[in-house]
Design a protein around this ligand. Structure first.
Ligand code: UD1
Length: 443
C-alpha cells in the first residue's frame, strides 16, 4: 500500500484506555492557589528520547524522566518487548540498554495505547534494516495519519507495506540520506526521520521540519550519542549519517505544557505560584496572551512566579500553530480560562480537526462557547457550576480539572486515565497549593 492510501486510516480508538481504570477526580472549587510546584520532565521529549536509545547497543542514561506517567510505562513495555532492558531509579533516573534487539515487531496491544509508539519505527529500521509496527492509537483528536513518517522513510530507500493494521518497513541494505520536504509540519515525523537518518548512509536534509523544543532536546541527546546534526530549532535540519552511536547521559527538559497548565490554573483561581525547574523561554506564545488577560510573571533564581490578583481577566484571541506558535496542547486549558474572562475570546485550532471535545463538557458547567468549524468563540460567564464531566483526551481532561478549580460547588471528572498519561502527581501538586481536590479510587 502506498503512503497516500495510509491517509485513509481510521481514527485511533480508546478501547485500551477504557480498560485501564475508572478512578475519578473530585474538586470543590473556589480556592486560590498559593505555593510551589516542581515541574516534571517533559513527556513529549521523554518519549522520542526513549526510542532513540534503540539506535545503539550501549546503555543510554536519562535523568529527569517523568517515570510515573502511563505513556512512559507503555513505551517501556514496547521497548522491552523489542529486547531493551530498562531500569528506573529514583528522581527520574532511567537507563535503557538495547544491547540486542530481539524482535522488530511492535505489537498492536501496546502500540494502540499510545500514538507515540510509532517513534520506534525509524530507530528500529535504521538499526535492524526492518521494522513492523502496529498503526498507532492515542488521543482521539482527529485522524492523525502517519503518512509523513512513511513518505520520509520511503525517500530514504525503505520499502513500506501495510498489512493487517501493521506497517512493515524494510531496508536490507540500510537507509540512504535524502532531501525531504514535509508538506506539513509534523513533530513526530521530524523526530522519526531525524533518528532514522543518524545511521543512514550519507546526508539527510529535513525541510519544513518542526522546531519544537522537544526536537532540539532529542537532537542534543543524539549528538551526545555521536550523531552529526545541525540546524536544530530551525526549519532545516541536516543529519550526516554515522556508522554507529554510543552511550550517553542526558537530562530531559522541563515539561512546557505542564508549566503552561499551572500558569493557566493560577490565572483562573488567583493567587501566586512558584514554578520550579522550568523556563519561560519556550512559552512566549502563552505568556503574551496571559499577560494581555491580566496575569503577571516574575523570575527568581531560575523559578517562575506567576501571579494574579483580584482583577477580572480580560478576553483575548489565540490561534494554535506549530512552535513557536501557540501550542495546541494548551488550547483546551486556555479555553477554560476564557470562560472566566470579561468579554469574549476566540480560539482557532489549526493543528487537529477534532480538538474541541471539551466544549460540551465545559458547557455543561455553564460555559458559553460557540464552535464553528475550527474556531470557537468563548464568552465569559460570571461563574461555572460544578458538574459531573467526562474527560475525552489528555489535555481536555486537565481543562476540566481547571474548570473544577473555579466552579461553584463540586465537580467530578470521570475517565481520568487520560490524565495519568501526561500529568505527574497532578492531584498532589494542586492539593499542596491549597486546592480542594482528591482522587477517588474505584474498588
Ligand atoms: C506531537 C505531540 C502532541 C502535540 C502535537 C502537535 C508527542 C508525543 N505528541 O504529536 O502532544 O499535540 O505534536 O504539537 O510529542 N500529520 C499528518 N501526517 C503525518 C503526521 C502528522 O497529516 O504523518 C498531521 C496531524 O494529523 C496533525 C499535524 O500533522 O494535524 C501535526 O501532527 P504532529 O506534529 O505529527 O503531532 P504528533 O507528533 O503526533
Amino acid at each position: 500500500m502506498t503512503t497516500e492510501a495510509l491517509k485513509q486510516q481510521p481514527a485511533p480508538q480508546q478501547a485500551a484506555a477504557a480498560k485501564s481504570g475508572t478512578d475519578l477526580i473530585r474538586i470543590h472549587g473556589g480556592k486560590r492557589l498559593n505555593g510551589t510546584i516542581e515541574i516534571s520532565g517533559a513527556k513529549n521529549a521523554a518519549l522520542p528520547l526513549m526510542c532513540a536509545a534503540l539506535l545503539t547497543d550501549e546503555a543510554v542514561r536519562f535523568t529527569n524522566m517523568p517515570n510515573t506517567l502511563r505513556d512512559i510505562r507503555t513505551l517501556t513495555a514496547v521497548l522491552e518487548s523489542l529486547g531493551a532492558i530498562i531500569t528506573m531509579g529514583p528522581d527520574g533516573e532511567m537507563v535503557i540498554h538495547a544491547q540486542e534487539i530481539k524482535s522488530d515487531h511492535a505489537d498492536y496491544e501496546l502500540v494502540r495505547q499510545m500514538r507515540a509508539s510509532i517513534l520506534v519505527l525509524g530507530p528500529l529500521l535504521a538499526r535492524m534494516g526492518a521494522a513492523e509496527v502496529s498503526l498507532p492509537g492515542g488521543c482521539a483528536i482527529g485522524t492523525r495519519p502517519i503518512d509523513l513518517h512513511l513518505m520520509g522513510l520511503e525517500a530514504m530507500g525503505a520499502k513500506i507495506e501495510l498489512h493487517d493494521g501493521y506497517v512493515r518497513a524494510t531496508a536490507p541494505d540500510g537507509l540512504c540520506g535524502a532531501e525531504i520536504t514535509f508538506p506539513k509540519v509534523s513533530v513526530g515525523a521530524t523526530e522519526n526521520l531525524m533518528m532514522a537518518a543518524t545511521l543512514a548512509k550519507g546526508t539527510t536534509v529535513l525541510h519544513n521540519a518542526a522546531m519544537e523544543r522537544e526536537i532540539s532536546d532529542l537532537g542534543a541527546c543524539l549528538i551526545a550519542m555521536g550523531a552529526d546534526i545541525t540546524g536544530l530549532g530551525t526549519p532545516v535540519i541536516t543529519i550526516k549519517g554515522v556508522p554507529a552511536l554510543h552511550s550517553a547521559l542526558h537530562k530531559v527538559i522541563a515539561d512546557r505544557i505542564e508549566t503552561g497548565t499551572y500558569m493557566i490554573a493560577v490565572a483562573l483561581t488567583g493567587g501566586t505560584l512558584r514554578l520550579k525547574n522550568t523556563q519561560t523561554e519556550f512559552l512566549k506564545a502563552l505568556i503574551g496572551p496571559l499577560k494581555d488577560a491580566g496575569v503577571s510573571f516574575d523570575e527568581d533564581g531560575g523559578d517562575i512566579i506567576v501571579h494574579r490578583n483580584g482583577k477580572p481577566l480580560v478576553g483575548t484571541d489565540i490561534m494554535t500553530a506549530p512552535y513557536p506558535g501557540f501550542p495546541t496542547d494548551l488550547q483546551a486549558q486556555f479555553m477554560t480560562m476564557l470562560t472566566q474572562c470579561e468579554g469574549a475570546g476566540m480560539i482557532s485550532e489549526t493543528i487537529f480537526e477534532n480538538r474541541f471535545m471539551h466544549v460540551p463538557e465545559l458547557c455543561r458547567m455553564g460555559a458559553n462557547i460557540t464552535v464553528q468549524g475550527n474556531a470557537a468563540i468563548v464568552r465569559g460567564v460570571k461563574k461555572l457550576k460544578g458538574a459531573e464531566v467526562m474527560a475525552t483526551d489528555l489535555r481536555a481532561s486537565v481543562a476540566l480539572v481547571l474548570a473544577g478549580l473555579v466552579a461553584e460547588g463540586t465537580t467530578t471528572v470521570d475517565r481520568i486515565y487520560h490524565l495519568d498519561r501526561g500529568y505527574e502527581n497532578l492531584v498532589e501538586k494542586l492539593q499542596a497549593c491549597g486546592a480542594e481536590i482528591e482522587r477517588i479510587r474505584e474498588k
